[in-house]
Write a new protein. Structure first.
Length: 191
């Protein structure tokens, strides 16, 4: 594995601070202190706090978009596509819980990239909804409003970063399987 660049380190530490304090409360001085360097030195590697936020959020949103495109264009059944979406969220959340906090809590602070981010998010949700609608039409999924299903599933998946304490402590495949079972099959004992 390639060693982390100074810019990557700054972004990682900033994401952690954003999760802990919130984007608005973190200053460049806070970031410099957490890095053990002078604030002026930060500007040798980054342009602004806004650029850091853009990098964190847009890179994650684009990663979700690439994953969703692969899933939605595959020949898998709708249920298998939903399982892949859950797997995608577990994978991304487990490797970047700090960034996921920014994605979920700080996206509204994006300036130049806000419209682009909203488009990525909207396209992702539309693809998700289409999978659900096709699943209803094919009889794979119960006939419940796709918006309600999508909201229910995504609310759970988008909050994974909150309770994944350490990825080493969690068996990611087991977590994915359990989430698939609960979010797709429900909690009713059908005996």
């Amino acid at each position: 594995m390639k060693p982390e660049t100074r810019q990557q380190q700054i972004i990682r530490v900033a994401a952690k601070l954003f999760k802990e304090k919130g984007y608005s409360a973190v200053t460049m001085r806070d970031l410099a202190r957490a890095m053990g360097i002078k604030a002026a030195s930060l500007y040798n590697h980054i342009n602004s706090k806004q650029d850091i936020l853009n990098t964190i959020i847009i890179s994650l949103a684009e990663e979700f978009t690439v994953g969703m495109t692969e899933i939605s264009t595959s020949n898998k059944s709708c249920i298998d596509k939903l399982k892949k979406i859950i797997e995608l969220h577990v994978h991304i959340s487990s490797k970047n819980s700090y960034g996921m906090a920014s994605l979920n809590n700080d996206w509204m602070h994006l300036e130049k990239q806000l419209i682009y981010y909203k488009k990525l998010r909207s396209d992702y949700e539309n693809d998700f909804k289409i999978i659900l609608e096709k699943g209803i039409k094919s009889g794979e999924i119960i006939n419940v409003k796709p918006d309600v299903m999508m909201f229910s599933i995504l609310t759970t998946l988008r909050s994974l970063y909150i309770w994944i304490p350490k990825k080493e402590a969690i068996n990611l495949q087991e977590l994915t399987d359990n989430l698939c079972n609960i979010l797709i099959n429900g909690i009713t004992n059908k005996s």
